[in-house]
Design a protein around this ligand. Structure first.
Ligand code: ZN
Length: 163
């Protein structure tokens, strides 16, 4: 189990590194895309409990964590902000859950749970430290006008792709 807050932090950190926008939309869309997959715990669970829906697809890490769910989330959030930020948010969520127990990536076509079982407590802790460090560095860099890129390596091609 990965805390939704960690998903959001990771998404914001990745967008900070890859997108580096002065506008709020990428961060908003990325945070929403990182949070939406776990909505299955409070949207689908009541439906399953009253017998309206059933099966593993409607359980946690089912449809909302699949490629189909990703397409739906990214398309819907693209009306709010950049679709690439939504893809980063959703993708980071699914990859993280893949590492910490698995997701039904090909639902509804395939109900197999794909993934690994790394210690989710350790993953949460390491990811939180990484994300907070990146976000604080980004905020301090913006405040003091620091530029951390070197001439030998720049992320410009990635940043250009994300625009
Ligand atoms: Zn999840």
């Amino acid at each position: 189990m990965v805390a939704t807050g960690v998903h959001i932090l990771l998404s914001l950190a990745l967008i900070s590194v890859l997108r580096r926008s002065g506008r709020p939309e990428p961060y908003l869309v990325g945070a929403l895309a990182a949070a939406v997959p776990d909505s299955d715990t409070f949207v689908f669970r009541p439906l399953v409990e009253i017998g309206y829906a059933g099966g593993v697809l409607w359980g946690h890490r089912g449809l909302t964590h699949s490629l189909l769910g990703g397409v739906v989330v990214i398309v819907l959030l693209s009306f709010v902000g950049p679709w690439r930020a939504a893809a980063i948010g959703f993708g980071s969520h699914v990859v993280f859950d893949f590492l910490s127990g698995g997701v039904r990536l090909l639902a509804p076509l395939d109900r197999t749970l794909y993934g690994l079982s790394f210690d989710w407590v350790l993953l949460n802790a390491l990811t939180s430290v990484f994300a907070v460090t990146v976000l604080l560095g980004d905020l301090l860099g913006r405040k003091y006008g620091l530029e951390t890129r070197t001439e030998s390596y720049t992320a410009e091609p990635i940043l250009e792709w994300l625009r």
